[in-house]
Design a protein around this ligand. Structure first.
Ligand code: NAD
Length: 333
């Protein structure tokens, strides 16, 4: 039987790995992410299946090859954690999952946006502490008569646009890669400057590309936003200059910041800290300590049942197609 060792399998995911195993693979489900220290757990397998922060570097791939493991697949869209050059040299096949339910991230982005838009976070914190006063900062616009700006109108951006349109909001978008300058995926496109000026909620769905989307939202862009604009980042931390956001929050230049991604994510997310001061990134400590109008979620955008089912089913199909035909549609090497 073809044996797959899958890493980073959370307890809630085990049933799904078993239920969707229609090909009868022999599964070795490991809760920990793959690192150098636990690589031996793959011994005796034919293949491994990774998650985003698993270490698929040359050192681990070389060991896999020595042990007869010829398939290193990832159940994620991104594959920068797999050394493809090393895989090619070692004649190891690699594949990924090119997409899963875009609503997973889109719904979280919308929830973060609406939570901040209606000041639910501070109201909740206050009522939990016994303060039931109706405070001035709770005064709000309504979404059906507001404007939402989507930056990056691909799969997830389009799904979020659909959700907000359903609530009656005016949705505008900005995308730098488009054949039609007016519309992309049903979203009316405007210039970045116009979007920053007009939108009450701005949601980012661009990939992180060094030198392109790096710090796409910086001091100059924050300056152009409305003073009560809500900024949402479920894309990648590097797309936003956090220092500039902190300054803008301090100066009441924006209304709030919601994010599912932070720098030094690997050292923070997945861990529990006794005190916020113990976080390895003090910018994050400062945001959490000083700003009730900041929400951080620990990269849970894709942690939904439909997205998980897509990730597992497509991965299994990648393995079966490769066994049957020597390749699969999602092959990387
Ligand atoms: P996609 O490729 O379908 O869409 C990305 C869009 O961004 C494209 O339309 C592209 O043209 C546009 N774009 C690229 N560079 C741009 C730029 N400089 N300015 C404006 N637009 C630009 O990707 P997707 O599936 O919608 O995913 C978007 C991003 O969401 C991913 O790259 C990833 O970083 C992030 N993501 C986050 C999570 C999470 O759990 N939080 C999960 C999946 C994906």
């Amino acid at each position: 039987m073809f044996k797959i060792t899958a890493y980073g399998v959370r307890p809630t995911e085990v049933d799904y790995f078993n239920k969707l195993n229609t090909y009868d693979f022999d599964l070795n489900l490991i809760p920990a992410m793959l690192v150098h220290e636990n690589v031996e757990t793959a011994k005796g397998s034919d293949a491994v299946l990774l998650r985003g922060t698993c270490v698929g570097d040359r050192e681990n791939l070389t060991k896999f090859k020595e042990w007869g493991i010829n398939y290193v697949f990832t159940r994620t869209v991104g594959f920068d954690h797999v050394d493809l050059e090393a895989a090619k040299e070692l004649n190891i096949k690699a594949a990924r999952v090119p997409g899963y339910s875009p609503y997973a991230v889109a719904e979280l982005a919308m929830t973060l946006g609406m939570t901040l838009f209606r000041s639910v976070g501070p109201a909740m914190a206050n009522t939990h502490a016994g303060n039931f006063k109706v405070l001035d900062p709770y005064f709000s616009k309504e979404i059906h008569s507001s404007t939402v700006g989507i930056i990056g109108c691909g799969r997830i951006g389009a799904a979020e646009a659909e959700l907000y349109s359903g609530m009656g909001a005016k949705v505008i978008g900005y995308d730098s890669h488009t054949n039609d300058p007016k519309v992309k995926n049903g979203i009316n496109l405007v210039s970045l400057a116009e979007l920053l000026k007009e939108a009450d909620i701005i949601s980012l769905h661009v990939p992180f590309v060094p030198g392109d989307t790096e710090n796409l939202i910086d001091e100059a862009e924050l300056e152009q936003m409305k003073d009560d604009a809500i900024l949402i980042n479920t894309a990648r931390a590097q797309v936003v200059n956090m220092e500039a956001v902190t300054k803008a929050l301090q100066a009441h230049k924006i209304g709030g910041y919601g994010t599912d991604v932070v720098v030094d994510e690997g050292a923070i997310f997945g861990n529990e800290f006794a005190n916020l001061a113990d976080l390895p990134n003090q910018d994050v400590t400062e945001l959490m300590n000083n700003y009730p109008n900041v929400i951080i979620t620990p990269h849970i955008g894709s942690f939904t049942e439909p997205a998980l089912e897509d990730m597992i089913s497509v991965s299994y199909k990648n393995f079966q197609d490769t066994l049957d035909n020597g390749t699969c549609a999602n092959e990387l090497v």
